[in-house]
Design a protein around this ligand. Structure first.
Ligand code: CP
Length: 304
């Protein structure tokens, strides 16, 4: 039985296969409409979500399966003190596969140790968000046609932004990739990612606070929200929340084929005036997420 806790649980070859499956689903969705008939997905969301939970649910319905679950810990027996382990043991009796989001780093790992069915990490604290990375990878593939020789700018909250950590892990496995890490000093990439991924693997990277200065060299600009829910101090959040706001004038020196990404939700980081720019890819990312989650469910359920 396979789980997806970290994007590195999938080899680059397996990611290539998931992308092939997703592209085949896009080309011929009817072929997949009954693939998960009589299978059930449980979505256990102990933290708020719009895209991840609903795209998992849409994915399972489009595969002909069914969905059960909860969208907040307050509507589950967690509010009575039930542990994650007990919740997972119980839900394993009802569902064939579980997608879970939890505010505590490592909770999906704990779940995988007691679960009788595959566990998918749908985001754990400020740690990882591997299925967002699958959405990001399909977007990069469809926009750029390759994962190699790309300069990727990551901008905003690189400290708490779990999507950034998973994407760096994933993209570090392709040759010729460089990272430009754009953030305030207080929200720099954690040392464990810099040391264990970038330095350990000799991946070229630079750290800067200057978004406009970095812009001309970027093939991909990945904007992120400052993660209010991870701050201990509201004053720090208020001081840092508008550190970067992408507006059309800031794109003047950007490449004509720049791919602008954002895992969403956005607050202020990208002006709505950018939405009509053909380089804006963040709503394409949303749709790509559904296709990749369909491909992932098929893989983990071992459906041919
Ligand atoms: N990108 C993302 O995880 O969005 P949600 O929090 O709405 O699921």
């Amino acid at each position: 039985m396979r789980h997806l806790l970290d994007i590195l649980d999938l080899t680059p070859e397996e990611i290539g296969q998931l992308i092939d499956t997703a592209c085949d689903i896009i080309a011929d969705p009817d072929k997949y409409a009954e693939k998960c008939r009589r299978r059930k997905l449980a979505t256990l969301f102990f933290e708020p979500s719009t895209r991840t939970r609903l795209s998992f649910e849409a994915a399972m319905y489009e595969l002909g399966g069914s969905v059960l679950g909860f969208s907040s810990s307050s509507s589950s027996s967690t509010s009575k003190g039930e542990s994650v382990s007990d919740t997972i043991k119980v839900v394993s009796c009802y569902a064939d596969i579980i997608a879970m989001r939890h505010p505590k780093e490592g909770a999906p790992m704990v779940a995988s140790m007691v679960s009788g069915v595959p566990i998918i990490n749908a985001g754990d604290g400020g740690h990882n968000h591997p299925t967002q990375t699958l959405a990001d990878l399909l977007t990069i593939y469809r926009e750029k046609g390759t994962f190699e020789n790309l300069t990727i700018g990551l901008c905003g909250d690189l400290k708490f932004g779990r999507t950034v950590h998973s994407l760096i892990n994933a993209m570090s496995r392709y040759s010729g990739v460089k990272f430009v890490l754009i953030s305030p000093d207080e929200l720099k990439l954690p040392d464990y990612v810099t040391n264990n991924v970038l330095i350990k693997n000799n991946i070229p990277y630079e750290e800067t606070t200057d978004l406009i200065g970095a812009m001309p060299k970027l093939d991909i600009l990945y904007m992120t929200r400052v993660q209010r829910e991870r701050f201990f101090n509201e004053q720090d959040y208020i001081r840092l929340k508008d550190s970067y706001i992408l507006t059309p004038d800031k794109l003047e020196n950007a490449k004509s084929d720049l791919c602008i990404m954002h895992p969403l939700p956005r607050v202020n980081e990208i002006s709505v005036a950018v939405d009509n720019d053909p380089r804006a890819c963040y709503f394409k990312q949303v749709l790509n997420g559904k296709y990749m989650r369909m491909a992932l469910i098929l893989k983990l359920l071992e459906v041919e």
